[in-house]
Design a protein around this ligand. Structure first.
Ligand code: ZN
Length: 240
């Protein structure tokens, strides 16, 4: 059975980001949908302005992996939807927040830290190094990827110690960043991936596309483990 991917996007612009539709005429979600369909996944789009922010119970129950892009409307996601995402991750749903979604409500809740970082939008060059070459997320990807331009995201990135750091970014301004990090929360797998500023064509890069598809395969659950994440009063299993 193919992996069910929900691509969630706030799909909002402000004057400085209107160029986004020149780079991605179908929206960032449209570009991501194309990447994941080409990889053989079943894809659905969910947007902030839809009923229940596009992430009602039925959608989350259908979803194996939630890929999430947000920036200017982080606070508009209702708390109850953020909670539903967190609960679903605990039960096994994969979660891949991209780029400025480092500050989205569900990721911040899952991390328990501020997830703040250093940033600069000034056409920096990024060299993205794969530092765990045998990791499934780097399957078929070269030693490094050069992105020009990409928005600079620099340390200190206020996240808990990652379970695995798969990619490190170096920027032409001298900064470095943990650009691809993995966590497990409950039964779910999380991969935060830094590249993807809305007005730069990052998601058109074939190696970035390969990382995204690999990350979905890595994060997809073998099965959902709903019952083990509820407290349950039980009888002894041994009586002698
Ligand atoms: Zn950005």
């Amino acid at each position: 059975m193919s992996i069910h991917v929900t691509v969630w996007n706030e799909n909002r612009t402000k004057p400085s980001t209107e160029k986004m539709y020149e780079v991605y005429p179908e929206g960032i979600h449209g570009m991501l949908k194309e990447i994941f369909e080409r990889a053989g996944f079943e894809v659905r789009i969910a947007l902030l302005d839809e009923v229940q922010s596009g992430l009602g119970k039925d959608v989350l129950e259908w979803t194996d992996v939630l890929v999430y892009w947000s920036h200017i409307a982080q606070e508009e996601l209702p708390d109850c939807v953020a909670e539903s995402i967190v609960n679903r991750v605990n039960q096994g749903m994969g979660f891949i927040p991209l780029h400025s979604a480092h500050r989205c409500k569900p990721f911040v809740r899952l991390m328990g830290t501020t997830c703040s970082l250093r940033w600069r939008e000034s056409f920096d060059r990024e060299i993205l190094w794969g530092i765990q070459p045998s990791h499934p997320i780097l399957e078929g990807v070269g030693e490094y990827i050069t992105l020009q331009p990409e928005e600079m995201y620099g340390e200190y990135f206020d996240i808990p110690k990652p379970d695995e750091t798969v990619l490190l970014g170096w920027f032409s301004g001298g900064e470095v960043f943990r650009s691809g990090v993995c966590y497990r929360r409950g039964s779910g797998k999380i991969f935060y991936f830094q590249p993807g500023h809305e007005t730069y064509p990052t998601y058109k890069n074939e190696e970035i596309q390969r990382i995204l598809a690999n990350a979905v395969r890595w994060a997809a659950p073998a099965s959902m483990k709903e019952s083990v994440h509820e407290c349950r009063k039980t009888e002894p299993v041994q009586h002698d």
